[in-house]
Design a protein around this ligand. Structure first.
Ligand code: PGA
Length: 260
């Protein structure tokens, strides 16, 4: 029997909103969700801001006892040392981070992050008590060449290869859907998320396969979230552009309230 998986809606701000804007935005988000009586026990909400915003967000969330959680968009594979410009997982944890995104397609594409780098970072996150949000996804050319799930499944297998079962979140983000306004259909998302869950079950066993949340990401909006969330293997969303609009993002978080 499948275990209950608490849906997660995570906003990936990418390189947007400085720390002052982040304070205003996060306050407004928390109040909007509070006014709407959002039940965090049924849907977890995370913001993933630039590193420079994290301390401000920590102060706000802890000071005002908001139920929001937050995390980093990347981390160093190393814990400390002579790695100029890098950010340690230990530092992210010290700021109260719950999550860290790893292997986002923009990191893979613009920073040449290979599957080996992703795997090392996943291990570092787990070692530092952070839950990695491991991003996988194919380009349009990969899709034409290999079909819908083989590349994301191979990326996931590589990301956890040799690691012991641990709490992770997987985000299926087809590269062709990111920032394009062309989201995967709910059937496409379900097909790949189911294949990812099977790969997890094969590698880490049934309990991990059942318990791990698998998100869909790529042009998620308040219009397509409900259909995506009705799929049995889609447990939430990683939201880019639409996470920068408080009203739109709150509406995505409140997908359970949308008319079906
Ligand atoms: P998008 O980005 O929602 O703007 O398509 C998603 C992501 O890159 O995580």
């Amino acid at each position: 029997m499948a275990v209950d998986r608490r849906p997660l809606i995570a906003g990936n701000w990418k390189m947007n909103l400085d720390h002052l804007q982040a304070i205003a935005f996060t306050q407004k988000l928390a109040w909007t969700l509070r006014d709407a009586r959002h039940d965090y026990a049924t849907t977890e909400v995370a913001v993933i801001p630039p590193f420079t915003d994290l301390r401000s967000i920590q102060n706000l969330v802890e000071g005002d006892k908001f139920d929001l959680v937050y995390g980093g968009q990347d981390l160093s594979a190393h814990d400390a040392g002579a790695y100029t410009g890098e950010i340690s997982g230990a530092f992210l944890r010290a700021l109260g981070s719950t999550y860290v995104i790893i292997g986002h397609s923009e990191r893979r594409q613009y920073h040449a992050e290979t599957d080996d780098v992703v795997r090392a970072k996943v291990a570092t996150a787990i070692r530092n008590d952070l839950t990695p949000i491991v991003c996988v996804g194919e380009t349009e050319a990969d899709l034409a060449q290999f079909g819908p799930s083989s590349l994301p499944v191979a990326q996931l297998r590589a990301a956890i290869d040799g690691l012991s079962p641990a709490e992770i979140v997987v985000a299926y983000e087809p590269v062709w859907a990111i920032g394009t306004g062309k989201a995967a259909t709910e059937d496409q998302a379900q097909q790949v998320c189911a294949a990812l869950r099977s790969a997890l079950t094969e590698t880490w066993g049934l309990d991990s396969g059942d318990a791990t949340r698998i998100l869909y990401g790529g042009s998620v909006t308040s219009s397509n979230i409900s259909a995506l969330m009705r799929q049995p293997d889609v447990d939430g969303a990683l939201v880019g552009g639409a996470s920068l609009d408080v009203i739109e993002f709150s509406s995505i978080c409140r997908f359970l309230k949308h008319a079906v």
